[in-house]
Design a protein around this ligand. Structure first.
Ligand SMILES: Cc1cc2nc3c(=O)[nH]c(=O)nc-3n(C[C@H](O)[C@H](O)[C@H](O)COP(=O)(O)OP(=O)(O)OC[C@H]3O[C@@H](n4cnc5c(N)ncnc54)[C@H](O)[C@@H]3O)c2cc1C
Length: 494
């Protein structure tokens, strides 16, 4: 019996039997030599046969279910997998939508912390929960022609402003619109999505097919988007509070951490977001001063680790670089970010120099970078981040010839809103302080979440924050209605 395909009549039902017989199923991924020629999505996903078997691997554990508790939005994964294993993909899509605003996006980019809680992972590769989500949502979108979305509640008469249209802002906006509130999103860039559009590359998340569809559906839900407006500069939080009954701030962390190394300002040294957005985003979605693709020479070095570094490296490959090297000062064990995206980068020819750091960039007579001096590192005791501290090894310096460098060493919060709104408390490094239970800032009626509160994190965590804050904004508005004694029907027409 071929267990990989013949599962409809002869499914092994016993938990142990499943662990022994059902193997992790293969994904359809475009071959590296093909996918590096364009910026289209690299992973196509599961076939229907494979997704059924992959879902069938679920042991349907009794409570507490590790996968559910490790998912920041607590997707009901066992129930979803049961539905998928029985071919009920539409039921599964609606189940995702009960707890998630962006399942079609998480199915593409989530490092899936839920998989860490999957007990199958203790014996074999964990169930590929991320790609099951992608299959289910793509299936539902093909079937319905749109993302399954419940009907909104009747209008409440309240209005909420959302600052920033990343996953935190979009999730808060959708939840509030579904509750019947009028929602206006204020966004500094010419298009919505935050890092979903301007950070994560197209080969991981298609802008036109996936991100635009979501924004379009939110517009159809009645959400208004105001672009090219910077809150804290073009309009203040005080002015927004005169227009709206409550505010959610989800402005992310877009200030690139500085690298204090001589020569960092040479031509040919790019910063992460400038490089990624100019390479990956359709030109018409970019601010006018960014509408030019970056160029790269033969040898490109990416400084840093994590998802930003692998995204920059894979982008450099697609721009035509022949030798792309990630230079990371710690070892593979400390490197943050998704390991399977790192594997895909290696498949595409990217090299990684671990335990290495630049000490200076060297320019040619035209002021363009031509080499960098690096030093080898060893690992010492853990630092404040809990990771072992890199320590330079004496006399280990060497020269690496490069035509371009991309700095991918991390992000800091933008202090703008904190500085222009003194009654919104921030940490001294600029993150917004909130009540962790509600997302409420130090100012009444103003809530915040996502990277602007946590520091650089994940799409799913930003979404979880947006949902939580939306719930508490709704409660706050309902309590206002009680104190104003506005009956729902009357307020709907006010
Ligand atoms: C290169 C890169 C790759 C990544 N890859 C992944 C991945 O594969 N998987 C994953 O889960 N996470 C990934 N992340 C992290 C993830 O994208 C973020 O954690 C997430 O987008 C944070 O969401 P957010 O809504 O808090 O902020 P953002 O997505 O940063 O959105 C903030 C929005 O606010 C707007 N804004 C800022 N200031 C103002 C202002 N003053 N007025 C008006 N608007 C303003 C910005 O223009 C932006 O649109 C990646 C990050 C980067 C940089």
């Amino acid at each position: 019996m071929d267990l990989k395909v013949n599962l409809v009549e002869e499914r092994p039902v016993d938990r142990k039997e499943k662990l022994v017989y059902l193997d992790p199923q293969p994904l359809v991924v475009r071959p590296p030599e093909v996918r590096v020629c364009d910026f289209e999505e690299a992973v196509i996903g599961f076939t229907e046969d494979a997704v059924v078997v992959e879902a069938e691997r679920c042991l349907q554990c009794p409570d507490p279910q590790g996968c559910v508790s490790s998912c920041p939005v607590h997707n009901n994964i066992p129930e979803i997998l049961w539905m998928v294993a029985h071919g009920d993909y539409l039921g599964a899509a609606w189940k995702y939508r009960e707890t998630s605003n962006l399942p079609e996006i998480c199915g593409r980019v989530c490092p899936a912390p839920c998989m860490d809680g999957d007990v199958v992972g203790r014996r074999k590769a964990p169930i590929n929960l991320e790609k099951i989500e992608q299959f289910v949502m793509d299936y539902a979108i093909d079937y319905y022609g749109h993302i399954p979305t419940p009907e909104p509640a009747p209008p409440t008469g309240f209005s909420v402003g959302i600052v920033g249209s990343g996953p935190a802002g979009l999730s808060a906006a959708e939840q509030l619109a579904l509750k019947g509130h009028k929602v206006v999103v204020y966004e500094r860039m010419p298009a919505a999505g935050g890092l979903l559009r301007y950070g994560i590359p197209n080969f991981k998340l298609d802008k036109r097919r996936v991100v635009d569809r979501k924004i379009h559906q939110l517009e159809e839900l009645g959400i208004e988007f105001v672009y090219n407006i910077t809150v804290g500069k073009d309009i203040t939080v005080d002015e927004l509070m005169e227009r709206h009954d409550a505010l959610f701030i989800g402005v992310g962390t877009w200030v690139e951490a500085p690298l204090k190394v001589p020569g960092v300002d040479l031509d040919g040294v790019y910063k992460t977001l400038d490089f990624l957005m100019r390479a990956n985003v359709p030109l018409e979605d970019l601010p006018p001063d960014k509408r030019e693709r970056p160029t790269v020479g033969k040898r490109v070095a990416i400084i840093g680790g994590g998802d930003s570094a692998t995204d920059c490296a894979r982008t450099a490959v697609r721009l035509g670089a022949e030798e792309v090297t990630i230079v990371y000062r710690r070892s593979a064990a400390e490197m943050p970010g998704s390991w399977h995206e790192r594997e895909r980068a290696l498949e595409e020819g990217v090299k990684i120099e671990y335990l290495t750091a630049p000490v200076r960039f060297i320019g040619d007579e035209n002021g363009h970078v031509k080499a960098m001096e690096c030093v080898r590192m060893r690992l010492g005791e853990p630092d404040a981040s809990g990771r072992r501290r890199p320590i330079p090894i004496e006399d280990s310096n060497f020269i690496m010839e490069v035509d371009n460098v991309v700095l991918a060493i991390g992000f800091w919060p933008d202090p703008l809103i904190g500085e222009t709104t003194p009654d919104i408390k921030t940490h001294k490094w600029g993150l917004i302080v909130v009540d962790p239970e509600t997302g409420q800032t130090s100012r009444e009626g103003v809530f915040a979440g996502g990277d602007a509160v946590r520091g650089p994190d994940l799409v799913v965590d930003a979404m979880a924050d947006g949902r939580k804050a939306a719930e508490h904004i709704h409660r706050y508005l309902m309590s206002k209605r009680v104190s104003m004694q506005i009956p729902a029907a009357a307020s709907a027409f006010s």
